[in-house]
Design a protein around this ligand. Structure first.
Ligand code: 5GP
Length: 171
């Protein structure tokens, strides 16, 4: 396993994203929408770097099944989420094909939020298929499958403090 982003690099970026969001959403009481399960570590850190009142909510999406290759079909559970009349920010751990984000953006736009933006910690630019804008971006990374900082491989490795590239020996 090879470390791609260290704990310190991630912490620094999360601080800067938190500062940007705090400035842009002052007086707007935004709701951060985390995409389970990969977002939990990022969201927990990000919300503690946001210095203005805000709330959080969750959706659950999956397109990967148990493996490392996207199935191409996004499944989701919205629970009883309602962003009508709110300033909403989707918080994604990683954007690969962009299919999940495209799907979520459509679903949330139909609820008529006051505004809808996207904050993603990791973006794989080579695989970016859906025409979705990422308003707050952490890192561009190569197309390799990564784990750690909330991201799993078959439910393993979410607890790593850094982001790493896996290879077959890690299975
Ligand atoms: P997309 O719909 O953009 O292809 O995929 C988004 C979702 O796929 C992410 O929220 C994440 O759950 C999963 N995913 C995409 N790339 C990776 C990766 O490199 N590692 C892990 N662990 N999950 C990924």
């Amino acid at each position: 396993m090879k470390i791609l982003l260290t704990e310190e690099q991630i912490a620094e970026k999360v601080r800067s994203l938190g500062a940007q969001l705090s400035g842009d959403y002052r007086g707007k009481n935004p709701v951060l929408i985390g995409c389970l399960k990969g977002c939990v570590v990022f969201l927990a850190d990000l919300m503690r770097q946001i210095t203005i009142p805000h709330s959080i909510d969750f959706v659950r999406t999956s397109s990967y099944g148990k493996g490392r290759v996207s199935t191409g079909t996004v499944r989701s559970e919205m629970f009883d989420l309602n962003v009508r009349g709110r300033h909403a920010v989707i918080v994604e751990d990683i954007v690969d094909t962009g299919l999940t984000l495209g799907y979520l953006t459509d679903a949330l736009t139909r609820q008529e939020p006051l505004s809808l933006k996207v904050c993603a910690l990791l973006v794989k630019p080579e695989a970016y298929l859906a025409p979705v804008t990422i308003d707050y971006k952490g890192f561009d990374i190569p197309g390799d499958f990564v784990v750690g900082y909330g991201l799993d491989w078959g439910e393993r490795y979410r607890d790593l403090p850094h982001v790493a590239v896996v290879d077959e020996q890690d299975a």
